[in-house]
Design a protein around this ligand. Structure first.
Ligand SMILES: [Zn+2]
Length: 126
């Protein structure tokens, strides 16, 4: 399945900046000690723009479930480094529904635990 979005990875960004800092440090240390052409080449390499790819895969969902609970879930994972982040929250009641009518998914009872009549739905995934 495809990702909901691809974005730039914050951890890869910091790693790229740190790598550039090392190149600048290396050039600074070479100043006056190495031939000018070598120093200039090192500085030139440090001054090259940082290129980042959109390696951060984002998947998310948001909405009110059939049980009346509002939820949001978000996952981000980078394909280039070990960065991973998850946020899942689903404990806000968006509408006041009597417990009898709340879907009881664990018991595979879509009509609630206290139903007395054989309510039927039209076959869709409610
Ligand atoms: Zn990354």
């Amino acid at each position: 399945m495809g990702a909901d979005n691809w974005a730039y990875c914050p951890q890869c960004r910091v790693k790229a900046i740190k790598a550039k800092e090392k190149l600048y440090d290396k050039a600074d240390k070479a100043y006056g000690k190495k031939p000018a052409s070598e120093y200039t080449a090192m500085l030139s390499e440090a001054e090259q723009p940082i290129k980042l790819d959109q390696t951060l895969r984002e998947d998310y969902g948001i909405g009110v479930g059939i049980d009346g609970i509002f939820g949001v879930n978000y996952t981000a994972s980078c394909t280039a480094c070990d960065f991973r982040f998850e946020y899942n929250k689903g404990d806000i009641r968006a509408v006041d529904i009597a417990e009898d009518y709340v879907q009881d998914a664990e018991n595979d009872n879509p009509f609630g635990y206290n139903y007395k009549r054989p309510f039927r739905f039209d076959g869709a995934d409610y």
